[in-house]
Design a protein around this ligand. Structure first.
Ligand SMILES: NC(=O)c1ccc[n+]([C@@H]2O[C@H](COP(=O)([O-])OP(=O)(O)OC[C@H]3O[C@@H](n4cnc5c(N)ncnc54)[C@H](OP(=O)(O)O)[C@@H]3O)[C@@H](O)[C@H]2O)c1
Length: 326
């Protein structure tokens, strides 16, 4: 990416969007425009923030013709954990399709040099062979709880491929694994497992609760990546990768929810017991990405899970009031 040209980070108040801005800043990019919607971004001198409803087709059209970005990181989406995905099925499908359609189509119409679309590892079939290679897309039925979200993400990948095939657009896609990091969502109904556990253990510790309840059996295995490793990979791909095929982004290492809970219990210093509520759904039994494509192109993550959770817990305690109110 040329350092003088404008970079648009859609969804810059989110965990991923804010990490991309941190990463771009660290690497010396100064012509950055971010969009926000409900949340207010923290002011930064080299970033221009624009309030924009990405569901509004006309507003997105006006934004692109006014700001004319050269590069686009599509980090805006309706995101949530199992409960939110399963309850707001229509909303997850509609909003994600609408947001990505507006951004991808306007990027084409306005001659954007390069766009990066962000999918998610839930695009793969429920009983996908592990670790999941990019080639396994569309080889079996999806997990029911997040099927609408996954369908929207698959449509986004296919849209980038189709715009490349028909119009020659350099639009690439990355599929991140489960992420955690600063600006994560700590809402107990709407969050992913790792931030939800940090909050539960922290608050149970303060109240001196004897037991913490954990959704599901604890047996499912998951992969977790610190968002600063992800943002490093995304900027790397924007600079070094022009392929049609999407790229998995993860650590290539998995851990059971039970083991994860043990690490978070230790880091938060919680002294009580754990109870696994098996009446709640487990979701996909295993979700480990095959990250050889990314590694073969020359990028490797560097933050270990324990060191990542320790730093996130410090950030959580420091920003507790703000993080639990968003
Ligand atoms: N978090 C993960 O574990 C994970 C894993 C794999 C893939 N991903 C992908 O990474 C991307 C970013 O996820 P995230 O975790 O950063 O999510 P997030 O923290 O919830 O951020 C979502 C961003 O999208 C914006 N947004 C949502 N609806 C909007 C609308 N109608 N108009 C304008 N902006 C809107 C939000 O703006 P406001 O807050 O200002 O409303 C926010 O900036 C998504 O594509 C997600 O699928 C995330």
């Amino acid at each position: 990416m040329n350092k003088d040209k404008r970079i648009f980070v859609a969804g810059s108040t989110g965990m991923v969007g804010s990490a991309v801005i941190r990463q771009l800043t660290k690497q010396g990019y100064t012509n950055i425009t971010g969009s926000h919607h409900k949340r207010k971004p923290e002011k930064q001198d080299h970033v221009q923030y624009v309030k924009l409803d990405l569901l509004d087709q006309k507003a997105v059209e006006n934004f692109f013709s006014r700001y004319k970005p050269s590069y686009v990181f599509q980090c805006a989406a309706r995101v949530g954990g199992i409960h939110a995905n399963n309850t707001y099925r229509a909303r997850f499908l509609y909003e994600n399709l609408e947001i990505q359609n507006n951004i991808i189509h306007q990027s084409y119409l306005n001659g954007v040099d390069k766009l990066l679309f962000l999918g998610s590892s839930c695009i793969y079939p429920k009983f996908c062979p592990q670790p999941m290679k990019e080639d396994y897309l569309l080889t079996g039925p999806l997990e029911h709880t997040n099927e609408p979200y996954a369908i929207a993400k698959i449509a986004g990948i296919k849209m980038c491929e189709a715009y490349r095939d028909q119009y020659g657009c350099n639009f690439i896609s990355a599929m991140p694994t489960n992420l955690y990091g600063p600006n994560d969502n700590y809402d107990l109904e709407n969050s992913h497992v790792l931030p939800a556990l940090i909050r539960k253990f922290h608050e149970a510790g303060i109240r001196k609760d004897p037991v913490v309840e954990i959704w599901g059996s604890g047996a499912p295995k998951r992969e977790f990546m610190h968002v600063d490793d992800l943002s490093g990979a995304l900027v790397f791909l924007m600079n070094k990768y022009d392929g049609r095929a999407f790229v998995n982004v993860g650590t290539g290492q998995e851990i059971s929810i039970k083991e994860l809970a043990g690490i978070i219990k230790k880091i938060t210093g919680y002294g009580g017991d754990l109870h696994f509520d098996t009446s709640k759904p487990d979701g996909t039994p295993r979700k480990l990405l095959d990250v050889s494509r990314l590694i073969n192109h020359g990028y490797e993550p560097s933050i270990t899970l324990e060191e990542g959770i320790k730093s996130v817990y410090e950030d959580f305690k420091e920003n507790y009031a703000r993080l639990i109110s968003t």
